[in-house]
Write a protein that binds this ligand. Sequence first.
Ligand SMILES: NC(=O)c1ccc[n+]([C@@H]2O[C@H](COP(=O)([O-])OP(=O)(O)OC[C@H]3O[C@@H](n4cnc5c(N)ncnc54)[C@H](O)[C@@H]3O)[C@@H](O)[C@H]2O)c1
Length: 439
Amino acid sequence: MPVQKGADIAPAKGKLGVLLVGLGAVSTTFIAGVEAIKQGLAEPIGSLTQMGTVRLGRRTDNRVPAIKDFVPLARLEDLVFGAWDIFPDSAFEAATHAGVLEKELLGQLRKPLQKIKPMKAVFDQNYVKRLSGTNVKKGKHKLQLAQQLIDEIADFKKKYKCDRLVMIWAASTEIFMKPHAVHRNLQSFEQAMRENHKAIPPSMIYAYAALKSGIPFANGAPNLTVDVPALMDLANEKGLAVCGKDFKTGQTLMKTILAPGLKSRMLGLHGWYSTNILGNRDGEVLDDPESFKTKEESKLSVLEYILQPDVYPQLYKDFSHVVRINYYPPRGDNKEGWDNIDIFGWLGYKMQIKIDFLCRDSILAAPIVLDLALFLDLAQRTGMKGVQEWLSFYFKSPMTAPTLYPEHDIFIQLMKLKNTLRHLRGEDLITHLGLEYYD
Ligand SMILES: NC(=O)c1ccc[n+]([C@@H]2O[C@H](COP(=O)([O-])OP(=O)(O)OC[C@H]3O[C@@H](n4cnc5c(N)ncnc54)[C@H](O)[C@@H]3O)[C@@H](O)[C@H]2O)c1
């Protein structure tokens, strides 16, 4: 049942526990950032929930509230963090190792970060070839591992007196997997867990544990994870919100900003060549061809959907799209992404665009984690269940209803997100028609 206009939204009272799978560069940059903002050391730059506004009514009405005043979101002061990782390092040590934030800033945040110690992970090296760690759970079969997670989640909620929880996958990218017959329904899925079937990677065990515990789930990596019928049925049955996949940062963010612009002017594309150098642990994991394949699929689909070669064959038929990621340790988290874009215009005349984006992956990802935690919690309090397509804005491979193609154009995604908020609050949607100003 779609949510009605002017829905009843339960207030955001009490603590919101944010459970992060993976306490690496993204998670620690997110947690440290929230702590820094709470202490008044920094501004929440890049976060729509903290800095964004939403226009209401006519352009002449001057009603432009901040999103966080317009819809009831959890306050940063009410967030509590928990995590799992295969390394036992605290959030302070992990953030120091990740090397994203300066030592001086981390020094000021040492106390809250040191308190966050990761719980033992559900991990299997068959799914992430380049990693091995010691902080790992043991269990006879995968269902038993899921039960351990479920127990831990309940303990965490009690210990930190959380009113509500959300879970976000920010752990390493697993190898490429296709949907399997055992994912078809919950019964076959649970049976497969009991039999330690290889079609059930750790990420699915976490997603299952979250949903069984009544917690909404977001997937920040391109793994299949929750995007299988068995788990989506479970989410719908339990009335839980779900979204994914793969945080939209860096090069793909640029692609979904630029490609709609080229298409809007009916400029053609011969080819788009993208390459990256990246030196963090994520880069190391993605150096494995099987993990890279998962990422590549996620990155490649974007242009096809935005440019619609079937609708505009003269402009976009058979364009060449290549994506490379090279692991280059000296760069750490400070990725460099190059794009060479071969376009053509009037009378077929060729032109080129070059982008050299010196970006910081986790700096771009951290505010996404914050927004997703707050919006997922909002969706949950509003009774929105299943795939949250309005959160496509944050993902490289947005999840959709099975019969729909994903919307990748970032401007359409943003309009959809804000219109969803207007709808929830019983306000008119903005169509940008604007004829009324000329009556
Ligand atoms: N940084 C970005 O801009 C960005 C964008 C899109 C997606 N992502 C994805 O987000 C994820 C995190 O990125 P990162 O840069 O923080 O990577 P990272 O390598 O710094 O952190 C990932 C952490 O996950 C842990 N881990 C791996 N498997 C685990 C498991 N089964 N259970 C618990 N912990 C596990 C690793 O030990 C590591 O500490 C990656 O999958 C990455 O591809 C990142």
